[in-house]
Design a protein around this ligand. Sequence first.
Ligand code: ZN
Length: 211
Amino acid sequence: MTATLMNRKDQIREKALRDLQQFQVLMLDGHFDFGNGYHGQLYLNPHQLFRYPSTIWRFAQDLIDMLPASVLDETEVVAGPATGGALLAHTVAGLLDSRRAITGSPTIFAPFMVDAYRGPGLSRFYRQQLVGKNVLIVDDVRNTGQTLARCATIVRSADGKVIATAELYDRIEATTDAGAPNFALAEYKAPENFPADACPMCKAGLPITKF
Ligand SMILES: [Zn+2]
């Protein structure tokens, strides 16, 4: 990889972190009451990504710019877990085709339905779409990495090949590996949260951030 390309990707990543703050997806310097007895400085609201469809289109363009050429060339299916990951996957699949020759096969989209108890699942129709295909799995946010890993297991069980995973924002707290290269548009590790009765921001008299 050339130095120029590295710089360009660093620039895109820095800009994405600023954009996530501007669109209030990511709030980095507040004093948030999470309602579970803890206070902290960082609040993440993925719903803000999808409120205005143009927002997700912008971030999807930037995410595509972060992916290696091999992933862009080889992806045949873009899949993502409902709701945020599926909306992103749909957008990325469409945008990939806008950068490719019109004579090629159009990129397929596949949504994983997420059940609160059983986790992600894929309908029989979409499982059939994945057979023998190269699949890129995307999500809005990567927390523990477990959702992406489960989606990857489903793709493999449907005889698809996971060539990469990607997300708009990585909390850098992943403990589970999806078994494929992972690419993040933006990444930022949240500072420590505190029990409300031991919160240094409360002690300093900072008001709770309203949002
Ligand atoms: Zn506090």
